[in-house]
Design a protein around this ligand. Sequence first.
Ligand SMILES: O=C(O)C(=O)[C@H](O)CO
Ligand SMILES: [Mg+2]
Length: 269
Amino acid sequence: MLKFAANLSFLFAEHPFLDRFARAAAAGFRGVEYMFPYAHAKEEIAERLRAHGLEQVLFNLPAGDWEAGERGLGCLPGREAEFRQGVELALEYALTLGCRRLNCLAGLAPAGAVEAAEVEAAEVEAELRATFIANLRWAHAKLAPHGIELLAEPINSRVDMPGFWLDRPAKGLEVLAEAGVGRLQYDLYHAQIMEGDLTRFLERHLAAIGHLQIADNPGRHEPGSGEIHYPYLFRRLAELGYDGWIGCEYKPAASTEAGLGWLAAARDI
Ligand SMILES: O=C(O)C(=O)[C@H](O)CO
Ligand SMILES: [Mg+2]
């Protein structure tokens, strides 16, 4: 049976954050994930998990000033101290919440890096890559002794996060292989936009994938609302023996509950 987690940054967003745990449990979810827990006391979140019998599946390391447009610190030279403080904070939360996975957002390439002349651009790219790899290794060394796995997620730079440095799954695999730590958070929505060929990627690289997330394309709505044939992918994942979580990270087209029809069939696979 495939395991689906409700992403509480996207689902049940019509309710206050702490109320979303009850809604997710009532809809039949056994696991939850979200982008960030840090605006809430960790004990308060732990209490919601316990009260509703939910597993905390995943959340992100602190990602800089989100309101100001930052989307992660992982690849940013000069921000290492802040990155490390973020890892320490995330670890405290993860231990209290019993969370076994943390996602490291690479961040946006600094302004100018993309437009720079070819030689200069290659140098900047090498520096961002070296920074990301060093940060991943530092975070892994902190988290692994606690049984917490570090993940890195490629996010599409065409629609949702222009300038996001780690934007292609192939690049994600390459960088993680060089780092020698961490696994991929493979978000099929972002992957479809940047590279497609989803089934083959899953077949070839399942062992390098620590977490999956789903939404359809275009629109980032419910599975079944767009071009990705999720029933086929779910069957294939089951055949391949995928036993990790699948985070439901989509924008409900209407209310969350009204859009959960796809899930009943998917759970039985
Ligand atoms: O946007 C995504 O796909 C994510 O999974 C992250 O939490 C960052 O927004
Ligand atoms: Mg995602």
